[in-house]
Structures are given as C-alpha cells and as structure tokens.
Design a binder for this molecule. Structure first.
Ligand code: ARG
Length: 592
C-alpha cells in the first residue's frame, strides 16, 4: 500500500528538518486545525527553535525554502509564530485516491506486530434477564473486538458469564422450596439426573428475585442461600447438575439476546468454568507467601498504604471468605490462569462498567504480585452509565430495571414511526420494511452509545437517536444507502467507475477524509475508544454529502471521464463506510 498523503508530506518535511540539522521527528505533519487555510500543518519549527535558540519563523522559512518546488506540495505558508501550513498538489491527492480505490481495505493497514488479545465483555449473569446495564459492555466490547481483529490482531471474545456467586445459591434454595421432590435435592442421589432442565428462563427470572427479596429481611432465608452456594462450590453433585441446567438454559436465551444485537462470542465460559483451578491456585498463592489470614478469611493485601479505619487506599483481594466460599476476585484470578494456559494472551481487555474499577485494580495488583502477568498486559476499559433524562440510571416508567428486549423493541418502534413520518420505504413489502426498521433502530442504538467517549455517561433519548439528521446512526445509514442507489442507477445507465481525478474542492476534501481512515483506526485502537472511529465515519458521510451536492455524477452534460471518476469516488466511499460501520456493528440495508 502506498503512503497516505499525511505520511508523504511528513516524509518531505522531516527530510527538510534533517537537512537543516534539526531533529527529523520535529518535522511531523498533522491534520490542520484550520482546514479553511490548508489541510495540513507542521508545528515543529517551534520546538526546534527552542532547542536551537533560534527564531521559529526563520526555521520555518528555511524549511519552506528547501521544500519549494517539491512535486507533492502545491502551497506552503508560514503562519503565526512559525506554523507551516501545507497544501498537497492535485497530483498527490489524485494518485492517493486511486491507490485507495485499488485497496481492498480502502487504505487500512495491518498492524506490524499482531498480538494475542482476549476481550472480556458481555458479562451477563446466568438466570437473570438481560437489561439495559448489559447494553454498553456488549456494544462497546463487540466493536473493540472487531476493530482489533480488523487491525490484524488475534482476538478472542469471551462472555465471562456470572454463574458462581450467591445468585446460584438463591436459585437452588428457592427451587428446593418450590419443588422439594426433585432428585437434585436428595443427597443420596449422586448421578443419573434428568437431562431435561427442571426450570425455564422464565422460572429462573421469577425464582431469583423471589429468593433475593425474601433474604433481604430474613437472615435465616439468606443463610439457606449461602449454604447452598457453599455446597455447590464444594461440589455437591445434585447442585452441580442443577447449575449445568441453569447455564445451558441461560446460554440459549443469551445467545438469542446477544444475537439480536449482532454480538457474537468465541467463548461462552464463565466463573464456574474455572472452579477446578481454584484449589491449586490458592495453594500456589499461599506457597508464594503473598496471602494472609484475616478474620478467618484468606486475603491478598495489594496496597501497603491501605487503612481500613480511615477507608484509605485499596482494600485487599478476598480469596476465600470465612464461610469457605470463593468470591468474584477469586474467579477472576483463576480465569487469568485459565487464559494463560489455554490462550497465552499478550493483552486482556475487560469491557466492564466503570463502577467496577476498584475490583479490577485489586485483581490486577494481586496478579502482578503473583507474577502471572505484567501489569500493563491487563486493562479495565470502563464505561459510564446510560441515564434517563433525569440524569439517573435509565429505568422503566415505573422505575424498574428495563429489559434489553424491551429496549430494542422500543428502538424498533421508534424507527418504524420515523420511517413512516419521513415517507421512507412505505411502498416496500412489509417484510423488507420491517428489516429496515430493525436496522435503523439498531444503528440508532449502537451509534448513540458508541459515539460518546466510552467513560462518560449519556442520556437515553430515543427521538434524538432515531433522527435522520445530526450525528446519528440513521444519518449514516441514509448516506450509505444513497450511494447504493446511485451505484444502481449508474449500472442501469451503463456508467462504470473509472480513474479518479480529484479536482474540485469537495472531491479533494472527500479524498482527504477517506485517506484518514487508517489513522482513525490506529488512534481508536491506541485509546481503545470506538468514538474515534464514529467521528471518522460521520465526517466521511458529511464529506460525501457535500461532494454529492456540489459534484453531479450522472447528470446530462457531465463528461464521461468525470462521471466515471466521481462514480469511483462514490463507490470507494461506500466501501469504506461499510467497513467502518461494520466495525461499529452497524448493518446497512440495500435501500431505504
Ligand atoms: N458478571 C459481571 C457483572 O454482572 C460482569 C463480569 C465482567 N467480567 C469479569 N471478568 N469480571 O457485574
């Protein structure tokens, strides 16, 4: 793949810096913050002048002098204290445009050093319906996974189900209360349990909250759940068999829910799956001498400055509670060992609510103490909450937890209404229209989530999300679909894409935007922030829209080569939009 325009210009300016005996790295070119003056700039003369104790404008002038006549640079201008504004030549822009059009990945490079990466996301809990709290982990995690994979890394996505805590004890004890005669509760029976699950997803969704509510103000009831949890973890056969049913039924349900969101996991492991590793792990940790007994519990201190009374510092990791039960820390530590054994990752990213930051800090510190991973191999990629218009976490009208299925239905309905109000697709057959409404609703939901800086909270606003105007998913879909329809019309007229010749301002701006794709991907990876890619696809849709308004493609009177050139630009734009939106998990309909 040829160099981007930015890289080409950087090469020239760095060579000029070198020729002046200045550090070449200061000749770095960046996209201009004043694109109205010039698309690129180099600010290096300022830093170079400081070090060389010279006047920055003089240095800039020397650089300009060296570069004068360079066939890739149409114009240079020194601005302010010594910024160099740079405008590439038409020839450079055009040759890059054709290189992008010839590139299958529209200019996106593969990373030089692919890594093995595990993305831990989703994190749904067995027996609990998916709710709005699971949305962000799924949507952000999926897009990060796709981004890293697209960049060439070897990525494994793991849902890491919550299936080993007190909620299992709640379920078991409540089920025993309801159906005490089931063979799972007879301690004398240790095998040959029915293959059919005694509970459905709906049963579990009823049993769990019932047990949890009763336990709130009844310590004896809570104790039953705790005992069941401890017995399950100690390996009681009937309870294990029940757990297997709970997990199987839940996974079938979750696969549907995640599937609707277009989220797919490579691994459906969970906390329970690492249970066999826990005894050996605890022995190892004890043998390393990094554990301590505290009030009958087994802990790993992770912060010397920790002071429980003053509530300062990071509390220790809880390896084993006084009851003998293992906890969330323990299963996350054992999962780190499991991943080391099974995958050997260079990096593990945890896409989990920001409110769990302390948990991961503790786990990572303990892990570094044990010497299993370097501290920088593990990263918690936290995210903010989805809020209602009142600024509080988003709930149903009545204040209850909003199920994810209800949320997606809400988006679909809003999309349907918006399509009808805009008169879009009303003459299509109902099946296609439904598919379009579904895609519009999903695009609206995902883009609204992903376009925010991951760590911030955002307000859920259906009407704004489904709007075809502004920075929304539907706006992007509309832009992409418009190009598809242009390509269909061109095919009908027998016009085929040809060599690109970018001469008009809007054409050149479109090429410069297209040329930024690889940088945007690299930057999004670097920060692990999908909103950077959202910004790119949105600018691309805007640049196309401007181009389309100013540069007729198929109109009578447009020269054949111009038609072919503009059509090629449109096709390239569609390919890049499709790639970029695909990474964000957004599917584009054929027409709208
Ligand atoms: N099940 C957890 C929850 O609902 C999220 C799991 C996140 N991943 C992890 N490795 N701890 O809070």
């Amino acid at each position: 793949m040829s160099l981007s325009i930015l890289q080409t210009l950087t090469g020239h300016v760095q060579a000029a810096f070198a020729a002046l005996d200045l550090p070449p790295k200061q000749g770095r070119v960046i996209r201009s913050d004043r694109p109205d003056l010039a698309p690129f700039q180099c600010n290096g003369a300022l830093a170079a002048a400081k070090a060389a104790k010279k006047n920055p404008r003089e240095i800039a002038a020397s650089v300009v002098e060296i570069l004068t006549g360079n066939p890739d640079i149409a114009d240079m201008e020194i601005a302010g204290p010594g910024f160099i504004n740079l405008t590439p030549t038409d020839a450079l822009i055009t040759s890059r445009a054709n290189a992008l059009a010839a590139s299958e990945r529209t200019g996106a490079e593969h990373v030089a050093q692919p890594q093995k990466i595990v993305v831990d996301y989703g994190g749904a809990n067995v027996a609990k319906p998916m709710h709005v709290g699971h949305l962000r982990s799924a949507v952000i995690g999926e897009s990060l996974k796709r981004l890293l994979r697209f960049r060439g890394h070897d990525v494994t996505g793991d849902v890491h189900l919550g299936d080993w805590g007190l909620q299992m004890g709640h379920l078991i004890s409540e089920l025993e209360h309801e159906q005490p005669d089931l063979p799972y509760f007879d301690a004398k029976i240790t095998n040959g349990y029915p293959t059919e699950s005694p509970v459905s997803m709906d049963d579990m969704a009823r049993l769990y909250p019932a047990a949890s509510a009763k336990s709130k103000d009844d310590p004896a009831r809570l104790k039953l759940s705790q005992e069941a949890t401890a017995e399950l973890q100690a390996g009681r056969a009937g309870y294990r068999a029940l757990l297997d049913h709970f997990i199987t039924v839940s996974i079938a349900y979750l696969k549907r829910g995640y599937g609707e969101l277009g989220v797919e996991f490579d691994l459906w492991k969970g906390e329970a799956s690492v249970d066999p590793l826990i005894p050996g792990m605890i022995d190892d940790l004890i043998a390393m001498g990094i554990t301590e007994e505290s009030d009958g519990a087994l802990i790993i201190p992770v912060d010397e400055t920790y002071d429980a009374d003053k509530r300062k510092g990071i509390p220790p990791v809880m390896l084993r509670a006084r009851t003998g039960a293992v906890l969330y820390h323990t299963t996350d530590l054992a999962t780190l060992i499991d991943r080391k054994n099974e995958i050997g990752p260079d990096k593990i990213y945890y896409v989990v609510d920001q409110r769990q930051a302390m948990h991961f800090d503790q786990v990572f510190r303990a892990c570094a103490k044990a010497g299993w991973y370097e501290r920088d191999q593990l990263e918690h990629l936290g995210f903010g909450t989805v809020n209602g218009k009142d600024g509080k976490p988003f709930t149903t009208r009545g204040g209850g937890t909003l199920r994810l299925a209800d949320l997606t239905e809400m988006m679909r309905d809003a999309a349907q209404e918006r399509l009808a109000a805009s008169g879009i697709g009303q003459d299509f057959d109902p099946e296609e229209l439904e598919d379009i409404a579904n895609k519009v609703g999903m695009a609206a939901l995902k883009f609204a989530d992903l376009q925010n800086q991951r760590t911030t909270n955002y307000v859920f606003d259906v009407e704004r999300f489904v709007s075809f105007e502004g920075k929304t998913g539907p706006y992007l879909l509309y832009a992409a679909v418009r190009i598809k329809s242009l390509l269909r019309r061109a095919a009908k007229q027998g016009v085929t894409p040809g060599t690109i010749n970018a001469v008009e301002d809007a054409e050149q701006k479109l090429v410069l935007t297209l040329d930024h794709f690889d940088d945007a991907l690299a930057h999004a990876e670097d920060k692990r922030m999908p909103h950077i890619l959202c910004d790119h696809v949105y600018s691309l849709a805007q640049a196309f829209s401007k181009f389309y308004a100013e540069c007729p493609v198929l109109q009578d009177g447009v020269a054949d080569e111009t038609k072919a050139s503009r059509l090629a630009l449109a096709k390239l734009t569609l390919r890049q939009l499709t790639l970029g939106m695909g990474i964000l998990g957004i599917d584009i309909p054929e027409r709208m």
